[in-house]
Design a protein. Structure first.
Length: 332
């Protein structure tokens, strides 16, 4: 059979995106509309503004993606959309659009867990990546170590007991007045600072369970800022180093819980950070494991990873009923 062609739709946070992806790992088209300008005045994502923005741009993005690929809906084998977790209004916009297209074009719907999109995204970029692998999933809402055994088979080894790592970047950016979105702003400021300048805590470092914690780090950033001694660049650099040290120590612990892993993998928005990528690659080398990380644009939210999760699930025989609900919370 020819490789399946999947239309992927993403709308769970502040990126609206549509992609056409096939079973040979070809991304035939990808259109993405960010909403940074709409949310910037508020210093964070406003759910109602996000949902309205998704409604305005999603239809044209899908039509544009089909046109870019030279395809019509008749060529598509299934419609894959994020069904959660995420901001519920945005998830509903994308999922309802997918259901409408599925119904009118007579195509199956694949309801994708956004976390599964991130978890499988490294396999879209890296044909050599096989199951099982140890995945550090670091995004705006999540920080988890997953033992990925196959499509639909994710064993969670660890999670954060308070904030997600991306959330810590975003809050730090806000505290330091570096702007929105926070992660890239902190990374840029950190490049101009000294990572050893400010003594900051490394929560849970060395603890037996491979869990994560970032709330104490954020509070320490607030105190460092209010002390008025250090530059924002030095605080940003020291913060980023503390996050990297924590991710590294916790992942090192996680490796002992993942015997048989064929690779160490990082994905999610925070995986776009060069210091994070570099540290994890070094850890993989230290343990003699192949390292895999998607290209930067595939780390942050996009529709290609949702289309690819659709490819993998469709190839495994999965499709979902048209009354599948949109979910704000949906653990993998
Ligand atoms: O995966 P993602 O795009 O959306 C969610 O599913 O949450 O991740 C977004 C998160 C945000 O917290 C953002 O600040 C962070 O990823 N992020 C970064 C970088 N780029 C995005 N954090 C650190 N360094 C970056 N370069
Ligand atoms: Zn995401």
């Amino acid at each position: 059979a020819p490789a399946p062609l999947i239309l992927g739709i993403e709308s769970s946070c502040d990126e609206t995106a549509a992609a056409l992806v096939d079973g040979d790992r070809r991304i035939l088209a990808h259109r993405l509309a960010g909403q940074e300008a709409a949310h910037r005045p508020f210093g964070g994502v406003v759910p109602e503004i996000a949902a309205r923005a998704h409604i305005e741009v999603l239809g044209p993005l899908i039509e544009g993606a089909l046109a870019d690929a030279g395809k019509t809906l008749a060529d598509v084998d299934a419609i894959a959309a994020t069904a959660g977790p995420g901001l519920i209004g945005g998830v509903m916009v994308g999922l309802l659009m997918a259901k409408g297209i599925a119904l009118s074009a007579g195509k199956p719907l694949v309801a994708v867990n956004h976390l599964e999109g991130h978890a499988l995204s490294p396999r879209l970029a890296d044909p050599a990546l096989r199951f099982p692998y140890l995945l550090l999933l670091v995004s705006g809402g999540h920080c988890q170590l997953l033992f990925v055994e196959g499509v639909g088979r994710y064993r969670r080894l660890a999670t954060t007991i308070d904030d997600a790592s991306g959330e810590a970047f975003d809050k730090t950016a806000k505290l330091l007045g570096l702007g929105f979105p926070g992660g890239p702003a902190v990374e840029r400021a950190a490049a101009l600072g000294d990572p050893k300048a400010v003594p900051l805590p490394r929560p849970l470092l060395g603890s037996a369970e491979p869990h994560f914690s970032f709330a104490g780090l954020k509070s320490a950033v607030l105190r460092a800022r209010d002390a008025g001694i250090h530059t924002p660049e030095d605080i940003a650099a020291s913060f980023q180093q503390a996050v990297v040290d924590c991710l590294l120590d916790r992942t090192r612990r996680g490796i002992t819980r993942a015997p048989g892993a064929t690779a160490l993998v990082v994905a999610g928005g925070v995986a776009a950070n060069q210091a994070v990528r570099g540290a994890l690659e070094a850890l993989a080398i230290e343990h003699g494991l192949p390292f895999s990380a998607p290209p930067l644009w595939l780390c942050t939210d996009n529709a290609a990873m949702i289309g690819w999760a659709g490819v993998e699930r469709f190839a495994a025989g999965a499709s979902d009923p048209l009354d599948t609900p949109a979910r704000a919370r949906w653990p993998l």
